[in-house]
Design a binder for this molecule. Structure first.
Ligand SMILES: [Zn+2]
Length: 773
């Protein structure tokens, strides 16, 4: 192989570690389109485009008070104690010092068919149930769905929960013509209206006429409608509601169209609007927050702990294997890249460059690592001289940057992400082959044992493998809600390609080799990213929010005092708190991460919702009746089951219960995944239809590159106009996910006899196909 050829392979490959996920990013038209459509991008744009009248920007209670006073509007602040749900809030306002104020919920909708209108903000009575569709029809449109969080953030500059009509002051000039404000006319004339004031325990009261004048001064003409007239009884939830969802009492979760004014909690159902559900879960559980550089997100302690647990598990395991930790710089000498201009083009759009320091331009621009082969392998060439220097097995935990233009998705596709990258070198192919599988097995265990997420280990097809390597192994996950597969982690055999490129060689030890001759080393590379966290959220989460497997839960057990009323004496209260303390204290020696929620300002109900949404595996309730029996009440997050646990045996029953939960969660997810893997013997037997029903397909395949390409094209559904951007309607073609190591034992491939499902060649293996993230 000529040096040039090797180089060309190498350079293409090194930037495409996860080739499957970046495949489209070089399509410039696609990138351009995405840039315009991407909500996060428009968020970035708006930070510089916030209306020039910045004194009007409303983003906390103080700035709201300022904005009202600038407009000479009288207002009253109400403090009524924290409310967990919309009905709680309506009640709290009624009991407050302004009992006649009408609590107002603010809905943000994305209407279809109202010319020129992208966003519809509706102010309506919080205690009224009505369907939004008659209103949309009244406004000349067809239908509407809840606006996604990203859209709300980019237009109104607030998180959904904080939106009130006052947020209209935040809309920049460019967006104003595309936003419509509608208000129930009974509100417009009401003497007192209450709005949520940026916290669960505070409201602000203004008159209807003052609200109207505020909205007008922000540049909007309010559209009044008669809610009483269009107020048909609220429609039943559009999607089949699960039994569990029906039990939910709060209006927050009873109807997708009525959910906007909720205080806390997840306001959309996982099955109804998966993208919104996902972002709400991440933001509201405080796993992640937005950041003003598009495609970058803040990982908060609630998610970073999960990463820390993954890191702990994996580090201990690879140390056992003999891998050592190290750290290489994040910058790459730009000159090295310049030399290979021809090949740079393919990945150039994704590489971020440092071109300036302070106010002076750098003599040579420096690239930020999108992966570390070019950084590490020159050093490997220096360190490896003879077989005594092998094996060389290094791993680093670090960040990498890939400036993608595809729609970013927290954890799944971000411009900066965290990962570990292992880079190893061996004297023989046998040793390197062995390691590829050992590492893959660890990745399987990270998913299945640490995160309780089932994966399929297997080998990538020629099309899907890491282009510069010999072969790629992978663990493939599955998201049942969307029916899409997701690549979990990959372990690559690089063969000798990189060794030849970087001249990593040793004196030949092969028998009969001439004295002093060289042989190239055999290399592997393997990586696992923070994507793991996103997959875990998507697989286990439910309509109430996050569901954490005990092994990665920041808090495994939350202890909540209950049964304290106005009549409770100080002594009784002290007794309950003392018991809560005792329960919490015995957890640590038992290896259980526990926390007591003794906050006085919140009701037990509020705390239940709070920890349930955050996915804490076990809630223990301690009340007078439990204490009398020397017991605690235990509620399990993932299945809602409750039981009494004896206090004296908690230090053994809790760890056992956590282990049980971990294994139940895995079994449940596996059962669901398995039910979505369908065997198909011929393409014509409904290959596309089965995929459309959110399944993966296991089919006998010839393993030919041309055949895979053809299947991809054949299965590409023609995207209907307007449907293309809808996450719920994946229209892309199917590809191979992997050739599972565990082949079916029932009716396996018979060599020379079993035909490929898609062409007239013989099948080589059963291969897993699907649409993929
Ligand atoms: Zn074929």
């Amino acid at each position: 192989m000529s040096a040039n050829n090797t180089k060309s392979d190498f350079n293409w490959a090194q930037w495409r570690w996860i080739s499957a996920t970046t495949a489209n990013s070089t399509d410039k038209n696609f990138a351009k389109k995405e840039q315009i459509n991407t909500p996060t991008n428009s968020t970035t744009a708006t930070t510089s485009a916030v209306s020039p009248n910045t004194s009007m920007s409303v983003n906390n209670s103080q700035s709201l008070a300022n904005a009202l006073s600038t407009n000479k509007i009288n207002s009253a602040a109400l403090n009524h104690g924290a409310c967990a749900t919309l009905p709680d809030w309506v009640l709290a306002v009624k009991k407050s010092s302004a009992p006649n104020a009408v609590a107002v919920k603010t809905l943000v909708l994305k209407p279809k068919g109202i010319a020129g209108t992208d966003v519809l903000v509706v102010a309506a009575r919080a205690d009224a149930e009505w369907s939004t569709n008659p209103l949309i029809k009244l406004l000349g449109g067809k239908e509407a769905r809840a606006a996604q969080d990203d859209l709300i953030l980019s237009t109104l500059k607030l998180n959904r929960i904080d939106v009130s009509p006052f947020a209209l002051a935040n809309v920049d000039a460019a967006s104003k013509p595309t936003l419509l404000f509608a208000i129930d006319k009974s509100l417009a004339s009401a003497p007192q209206l209450a709005f949520r004031n940026f916290s669960a325990s505070d409201s602000i009261v203004v008159s209807g006429s003052d609200l109207i004048s505020f909205v007008k001064s922000a540049g909007f003409t309010p559209k009044e409608f008669d809610a009483a007239q269009i107020g048909a009884p609220a429609a039943a939830p559009s999607a089949p509601a699960s039994g569990k969802a029906k039990q939910q009492k709060s209006a927050a979760t009873t109807s997708a169209s009525n959910d906007e004014g909720v205080m806390i909690g997840i306001t959309v159902k996982k099955a109804d609007d998966f993208p919104s559900w996902y972002t709400q879960v991440l933001v509201k559980t405080e796993m992640m927050d937005y950041y003003d550089v598009s495609g970058c997100y803040i990982l908060r302690p609630w998610s970073f702990k999960i990463w820390a647990e993954i890191k702990k598990f994996f580090t201990a395991e690879i140390e056992e294997l003999g891998v050592e930790e190290c750290y290489f710089p994040m910058f790459i000498n730009g000159k090295a890249l310049e030399k290979e201009k021809d090949h740079v083009e393919g990945f150039a759009p994704e590489v971020a460059w440092v071109t300036r320091a302070g106010s002076s331009d750098l003599a040579e621009p420096i690239a930020v690592r999108p992966t570390s082969e070019t950084i590490m392998y020159p050093a490997y060439a220096k360190w490896v001289q003879s077989h005594r220097d092998l094996p060389l097995r290094l791993n680093q935990w670090c960040n990498v940057v890939r400036w993608e233009f595809k729609n970013p998705q927290p954890f799944l596709r971000t411009r900066e992400f965290l990962w570990q990258e292992g880079h190893t070198a061996f004297a023989t192919k046998e040793e390197s082959d062995k390691e590829v599988l050992e590492i893959l097995e660890l990745y399987r265990r990270v998913y299945e044992e640490v995160l309780a997420v089932p994966v399929v280990p297997g080998k990538k097809s020629e099309n899907e493998k890491f282009a510069g390597g010999l072969y790629t192994t992978t663990v493939e996950g599955f998201i049942p809600t969307t029916g899409r597969a997701i690549q979990g982690a990959t372990s690559h055999s690089l063969g000798q390609n990189f060794a030849k490129m970087f001249e990593i060689s040793i004196e030949s030890i092969e028998e009969g080799a001439p004295q002093g001759s060289k042989s190239f080393v055999w290399q592997n590379s393997w990586g696992l990213t923070t994507r793991t966290i996103g997959v875990m959220v998507m697989v286990h989460g439910d309509d109430k929010g996050l569901v954490l497997p005990p092994n990665v839960a920041n808090i495994q057990v939350v202890v909540v005092p209950v049964g304290i009323t106005a009549k409770t004496t100080a002594a009784e209260r002290a007794k309950i708190h003392a018991f809560v303390d005792e329960v919490t204290k015995l957890c640590k020696p038992a290896g259980v991460r526990a926390k007591a929620d003794t906050r006085d300002v919140y009701t037990p109900g509020y705390k239940f919702n709070h920890w349930e949404m955050r996915g804490v595996p076990i809630r223990l309730e301690v009340g007078p009746k439990d204490i009398a029996k020397n017991e605690v009440r235990c509620v399990i997050r993932h299945n809602g089951k409750a039981q009494q646990l004896a206090f004296p045996t908690l230090s053994t029953s809790l760890p056992a219960l956590l282990a049980q939960i971990q294994s139940d969660m895995f079994e449940k997810a596996k059962k669901e995944r398995d039910s979505h893997v369908i065997r198909v013997e011929k393409f014509e037997d409904g290959f596309v239809q089965i995929l459309d029903k959110k399944n993966l397909i296991l089919a006998p395949w010839c393993e030919r590159v041309a055949c895979e390409k053809e299947v991809k094209e054949r299965s590409q559904r023609i995207a209907l106009a307007g449907e293309a951007a809808d996450e719920k309607a994946p229209s892309m073609g199917a590809k191979t996910l992997c050739i599972p190591f565990k082949q079916p034992t029932e009716n396996p491939v018979v060599p020379g006899k079993t035909k490929c499902f898609a062409c007239d060649h013989n099948a080589v293996s059963y291969t897993l196909w699907g649409r993929s993230y």
